[in-house]
Design a protein around this ligand. Sequence first.
Ligand code: 13P
Length: 256
Amino acid sequence: MRLPLVAGNWKMFKTVQEAFVFAKELGPLVKDITDVEIVIAPPFTAIHTVAEALRHTSAFVAAQNIYWEREGAFTGEVSAAMVKEAGAEFVIIGHSERRRLFGETDAIVGRKLQAALAAALTPIVCIGETLEEREGNQTLAVLDRQIKNGLDGLTADQVADTLVLAYEPVWAIGTGRVATNSQAQEAHAHIRGRLRQWFGAHAAENCHILYGGSVKPDNIEGLMREPDVDGALVGGASLDVQAFVEMVTKSRPATL
Ligand code: 13P
C-alpha cells in the first residue's frame, strides 16, 4: 500500500523568516492527517528552522540538492550528512532545473543518489522529457534512459523501501500547462513497468511515483485518482500554506 505523498518544492523562494511563518502555520493544519506523507523542501538556509518548527508534526523536510562527496574542498556545495544533520529526511535529486541550468547528467544523479542513501536520506529522483522530446515521440525513450542510467546500481530493496521517483515533464513546470490525467498515468504506468522489468514486482509496487508540473488545488484530485500517480511534487502552488494544505487534503485516500 503506497501512502500518498505531497511534497512542496520551494525552489529559490522564502527567507528563513518567511519559511518559519509557513511552517508554524502548517503544523496545526495537518496535525490530524496521517494518511498522506507531507514533505517541504525549503532552500538550504531554512532547512534547520523548518525542521525545528515541524518537529512534532507529521510533516518532513527535504533538501533540494546535495553534493555527493562527504566533505572536502568543494566551495559552495553541501553534503548529504550536512542536510541530514540540519533536519532533512528527504532530498530532491536531478530536478530538471538542475539538469538544464547546472549541467546535471544521469551519471551525476546516480552519484547523488548513492550519497543520499548512504546518509539515510530518502531520495526523490526527478525525471521527465522536454517539449521537443515529447513532440518528437521521445518521451518513453527519455524516461527509460533517465531511469536506467540514474538508478544504475540500486538494489531491488532500495527501490522498494526508499526510492521516490517524480515524473516532471519539463514543459509542464512553471508553465501552468499541466499534463492531462491520462498523459500522467501513461508515463507513470510506463515507469512502473520498467521498474518491474529491471527491479522486480515488489520494487515496482512499493516505489512511489509522484507527478510534478503545474499541480494546483484545482487539478490535484484528478491526477491523484490515476492508479499509478502516488502523489505530487508541487512548485509554485506550495508557497502558499492554504493552497498547500488544500492539496494535501485533496490527496487523502478517503476523499478520492
Ligand atoms: P510548478 O508546480 O511551479 O510547475 O513546479 C513544479 C516543480 O518543478 C516541482 O519540483
